[in-house]
Design a protein around this ligand. Structure first.
Ligand SMILES: [Zn+2]
Length: 212
């Protein structure tokens, strides 16, 4: 997964702070550091640092040092993508812990492509594949992802999911429980995730973000 850190900085310091951050973190592989000039408001600018989640955890102390004194928030980049073919399908989806779909910040309308990109602090990411001749037709997995600058990025495998056909109730096998979510809530959200993935996997040449 990719982690994106938004660092808020006074507009007039944006260039010099970015240079300093680049000096400290430039050695890290595949890191992207840039000033989001279009995000400037009230004399503040956002410096965005995009980094692979593994690299983020390995360099957490270094990153915190580089942005010290500036307010910052880390988020995970997730997506809704995929769709159906004649007999098969695949999909990826994201739900917040309250069961809602996050606010989309980007996306495309390509057939079975990436239809929505989200940045979340924590939530559920599910992926599934579908084959109409298999039993069950849909199989997938759900992960809990969370990120913050104190604890780093974490990813927990939460459940194995399956669904026989359109009418069937989702089958859920809980592997591990995420923190601070009741059992009842967890099952509700995972069931919702399974239905969302089923809809997406069976939507021929899907071009849109699906809602719930
Ligand atoms: Zn669709």
């Amino acid at each position: 997964m990719e982690v994106s850190i938004s660092v808020v900085c006074p507009e007039e310091e944006a260039i010099s702070r970015t240079e300093k951050i680049k000096e400290k973190l430039g050695e890290i592989k595949d890191i992207e550091i840039r000033v989001m000039a279009e995000k400037s408001k009230n004399g503040k600018t956002v410096i965005r640092i995009n980094i692979d989640s593994k690299q983020f955890n390995e360099n957490l102390e270094k990153i915190k040092e580089a942005i010290t004194g500036l307010p910052a928030i880390a988020r995970v980049k997730t997506e809704q993508s995929g769709g159906g073919y004649t007999n098969t399908g695949f999909a990826e989806a994201t739900l917040l812990t309250n069961g809602e779909i996050p606010r989309k910040v980007a996306g495309s309308h390509y057939a079975n492509g990436v239809h929505a990109i989200y940045y979340i602090t924590h939530g559920f990411v599910g992926s599934a594949s579908y084959h109409n001749k298999d039993s069950p037709a849909l199989r997938g997995r759900v992960y809990y992802v969370a990120v913050d600058l104190d604890n780093g990025y974490q990813e927990i495998e939460i459940a194995k999911i399956s669904k026989e056909d359109m009418e069937a109730t989702p089958e859920i096998e809980i592997i591990q429980r995420p923190p601070k979510i009741s059992d009842h809530r967890l099952l509700e959200v995972i069931a919702e995730m399974t239905e969302l993935l089923y809809d997406k996997c069976t939507c021929y040449h899907c071009r849109e973000e699906h809602s719930i």
